[in-house]
Design a protein around this ligand. Structure first.
Ligand code: SF4
Length: 412
């Protein structure tokens, strides 16, 4: 990084860091771990592969300045009965087909891992470098059911694996992907009972299984019904109240399916699993209050009327916001178009899995309307899940589009 300590010491982009204080640097975690000292001795190779050693005195107010391209991630060894990647059609963005199961990605990006592919060396590294927190898919604590869900060919016990890590004080954020008739009901309550005993498991998210229409040759699974969602919410709330525990959270989708109110802010505590669809609706409403004035002012400066492009689940979150905008901009017509997911199947209701193909086929705009897309529809390069760039979308529509943060965390 320019102006960093490393740049001042003339360590340039493209050089290879070999070791720090004699400790080999194999990955970004080694780099993060070994550089946490006042003074470090860095062995590196320049672009001609000439070795150098330099001492750097850390100034913790200024970045050290090493930026690392993450290596390819470790792939998973499981064949989960509900694996979303096995249910995807061809020709989407290549990165969507990667079955990553890598503790480094879990620590850095919050990706969920299964622990089934950890070697003894990995466990030693996690413990010795205190790689914490980790995000772990558990689904069940019953060993036979765990194997039946994950379908691995090794001896593995999830409770033993969790104990090894948590005994070493590694914090865990757990998720249970809930599949009706498989790991719900009594199996779920046994899992929750086991998990709440482990102090270092600081959040447990229960999220519904995602099913696409591409499930030929895969296990027959079904989605939850409204009645099951109501029952689940009531049972989980009863257990939480009874045991005075707060850190079990149900995904927004369950409340939407049950047609029950979204929990209040205090339900979500630290919002640890928001990326997992736990609390996104409530957070959007909270954020909206903060950005409302600026956002409405911005829409007021725009020519024409906004049409918000959303999904079956997304409309639940944005409906109150749209009503508020309409109230404040009575001279504008504030519309929402709910796009049905024909690409993955109607059971996929989240905005982040809408394709341009479906949007294109279902969105009609009057001459005075412009689209407002959720940022969830695009990746960091402004491409949709079916790999269409925002520029191409604007060209097709013949007008500019607005992208709004999916949590209304920043103004348009
Ligand atoms: S752990 Fe299971 S769900 Fe995740 S990528 Fe592997 S097979 Fe798929």
């Amino acid at each position: 990084m320019p102006d960093s300590l490393a740049a001042r010491c003339e360590i340039l982009a493209g050089y290879t860091i070999v070791s720090i204080d004699g400790q080999p640097v194999n990955d970004i975690l080694d780099l993060m771990f070994y550089t946490q000292k006042d003074t470090i001795s860095v062995d590196y190779l320049d672009q001609t592969l000439t070795p150098h050693t330099i001492e750097i005195v850390n100034d913790f107010d200024r970045p050290l300045g090493f930026e690392v391209d993450l290596a390819d991630c470790t792939q998973c060894i499981n064949h989960c009965i509900f694996c979303f990647i096995d249910q995807m059609p061809p020709d989407l963005r290549p990165s969507l087909y990667v079955k990553d199961d890598d503790f480094i990605y879990s620590f850095i990006y919050g990706n969920f891992i299964s622990l089934t592919n950890l070697s003894q060396a990995d466990i030693k590294k996690i413990i010795s470098q205190h790689i914490s927190p980790l995000y772990v898919s558990i689904h069940t604590t019953d060993p036979a059911l765990h194997q039946q869900i994950f379908r691995y060919d090794i001896d593995f016990d999830i409770v033993d694996a969790l104990k090894t890590l948590t005994d070493a004080d590694i914090e865990i954020h757990a998720q249970i992907v809930l599949i009706p008739g498989i790991n719900d009901q009594a199996a779920l309550f046994k899992t929750l009972t086991d998990l709440v005993e482990i102090e270092q498991i600081s959040s447990i998210a229960i999220v519904p299984v995602g099913l696409t229409k591409y499930r030929t040759a895969l296990a027959t699974l079904r989605k939850f019904t409204q009645a099951e969602a109501v029952e689940l919410i009531s049972h989980v709330e009863f257990m939480k109240a009874n045991r005075q525990i707060a850190h079990i959270y149900l995904a927004d989708e369950f409340f939407i399916l049950a047609r029950l109110p979204i929990p209040e802010e205090h339900y979500y505590e630290s919002w640890d699993q928001i990326e997992n669809g736990v609390g996104m609706v409530r957070k959007s409403w909270i954020n909206w209050k903060t950005i409302k004035k600026k956002y409405i002012r911005f829409l007021n400066t725009m020519q024409g009327n906004p049409t918000f492009v959303t999904s079956m689940s997304g409309i639940q979150a944005i409906n109150p916001i749209l009503k508020d905008i309409q109230k404040n901009l009575p001279h504008k017509s504030i519309k929402a178009v709910v796009i049905h997911n024909h690409f993955f199947g109607e059971d996929v209701t989240v905005t982040g899995l809408l394709t341009w193909e479906d949007i294109k086929n279902q969105l009609t705009l009057a001459d005075d309307e412009y689209p407002v897309f959720s940022s969830a529809i695009f990746n960091g390069e402004l491409r949709t899940i079916d790999n269409v760039h925002l520029d191409a979308i604007e060209d097709y529509l013949g007008r500019k589009a607005i992208i709004t943060d999916e949590l209304f965390a920043v103004d348009a």
